[in-house]
Design a protein around this ligand. Structure first.
Ligand code: SF4
Length: 436
């Protein structure tokens, strides 16, 4: 299901669009997937976790259709469907949830971490899942750990589901008795295993030890955090996670995000500088992968150079993607929209956007569609709900959710990232027989 609702206004004085410089702030209807969607990549990352959505049949449909291409004999997510008698208060929801959890764990004793995921319906009836997780933990720990977070579409976009989950993991790790020494560096943000392995090798070659990834592949490998722990964001949508890490004493390393050759080099250099790695060693270790990234991207640059691109707000990856398109692929950015702009985390990225690119935060979808059509871009990056109507009108589109599902971070993926943008333009030439 695509969540369609009115965005909560953070500034009641501004109702529709209000420009300050190149910034457009909007508080109208927006169209993005809800936070439940992030379960699709989180369950693949943490292989001993099980995500139990406490929601309605609508939530179950979303999860099933989002996972439609993935057939598992034993999936690691499910929906505890709240029936009418639950919603009407005729059943004790906590008893019902305990019963569902008990049945699940009897059938799947291999589950090490059970994650209760809140939804719009569970929030509307004020079902307190953190209290449920505490109660279940008292009964089930240490064999199973139970935690909770909200994936509701009332307040969140789909990548904020990951943010809420990681913040819950950080809070939970603080509550666990741990013997492990604190990590020196935490990479925060879900990365595909292949990307994690590549970064892991680079850190080893740079002599940076005790690096942990959040989330880890196993619920038992969650990093310990201490006052000497530094962290860096690998994804731009992790405001709650950053706050949770800092509340535990970790210090943030500020950097661009690791998209493209420039972004990856800047991200790694910020880490290297923070750990006192000699510049000569840094250059020696990164030289070959930098060249591979540049040559892989060069193949797609002719397809993107000078092309007008409009990015609708969807994943919160839009600002770093726009920086990549402009700086490394030579594209023209008409507008880069983001559901929320974390100005501190995005400061370096924003400084590199071209002066003539509009930047928008929030959404008033009809106004934004009008701006997009007036600009007549060569490529529109947007959610699925908008892409089909745009395609039907002859525009070339790219689904923004693909940037959340596809490994795009790091040197070896720089060419794949450029290809994701170039492919619909190439397809358009094949179908129409001409380049616009
Ligand atoms: Fe729809 Fe809300 Fe359930 Fe998401 S959490 S599927 S927006 S009802």
């Amino acid at each position: 299901m695509t969540a369609v609702q009115n965005m909560p206004s953070r500034d009641p004085g501004q109702d529709a669009a209000c420009r300050s410089g190149q910034l457009i702030r909007e508080r109208g209807q927006h169209e993005v997937f809800c936070g439940l969607t992030s379960i699709m990549w989180l369950h693949r990352k943490m292989q001993d976790a099980f995500f139990l959505v406490v929601g309605s049949r609508t939530c179950a449909h979303l999860i099933q259709s989002a996972a439609g291409v993935m057939i598992f004999s034993e999936p690691r997510f499910a929906t505890a469907i709240m029936e009418e008698r639950d919603l009407a208060g005729m059943a004790d929801m906590h008893d019902e949830l305990d019963r569902v959890v008990e049945e699940l764990l009897q059938r799947r004793p291999d589950i090490r971490m059970l994650v209760l995921v809140g939804s719009c319906p569970s929030e509307v009836i004020k079902l307190d899942l953190s209290r449920a997780a505490e109660r279940l933990n008292r009964r089930l720990a240490p064999r199973h750990r139970v935690l909770s977070y909200s994936g509701s579409g009332i307040e969140t976009t789909f990548t904020q589901g990951e943010d809420n989950f990681l913040a819950a993991l950080v809070a939970d790790s603080g509550a666990q008795p741990t013997q492990a020494p604190p990590a020196s560096l935490i990479i925060a943000g879900c990365l595909a295993d292949v990307v994690e392995d590549q970064f892991g090798r680079l850190f080893r070659d740079l002599g940076i030890a005790d690096v942990a990834f959040l989330p880890s592949r196993s619920s038992e490998a969650l990093p310990a955090i201490g006052p000497d722990t530094r962290y860096i964001l690998a994804q731009p949508y992790l405001g709650a996670t950053a706050a949770a890490l800092e509340a535990r004493g970790a210090k943030r390393i500020d950097a661009l995000f690791p998209l493209g050759e420039e972004g990856t080099t800047a991200w790694l250099k910020a880490i290297a500088d923070s750990f006192g790695v000699a510049p000569a060693l840094f250059n020696r270790i990164t030289e070959a992968p930098r060249q591979r990234a540049l040559s892989a991207m060069a193949h797609y640059r002719p397809w993107l150079e000078g092309r007008k691109i409009f990015l609708f707000p969807d994943s919160q990856l839009e600002v770093p993607l726009a920086r990549f398109l402009y700086r490394e692929a030579g594209a023209r950015i008409v507008e880069a929209g983001s559901p929320y702009l974390h100005r501190e985390h995005l400061a370096g990225e924003l400084a590199l956007l071209p002066d003539d690119a509009a930047l928008s935060e929030g959404q008033d979808v009809d106004r934004q569609i009008d701006r997009c059509l007036a600009a007549d871009p060569d490529l529109i990056v947007c959610g699925m709900g908008l892409a089909n109507p745009f395609e039907a009108e002859g525009h070339v589109t790219k689904w923004s959710i693909e940037f959340a599902f596809t490994p795009i971070q790091g040197y070896e993926q720089a060419g794949d990232l450029a290809e994701l943008f170039a492919r619909p333009l190439m397809r358009d030439v094949i179908l129409s027989g001409t380049r616009r």
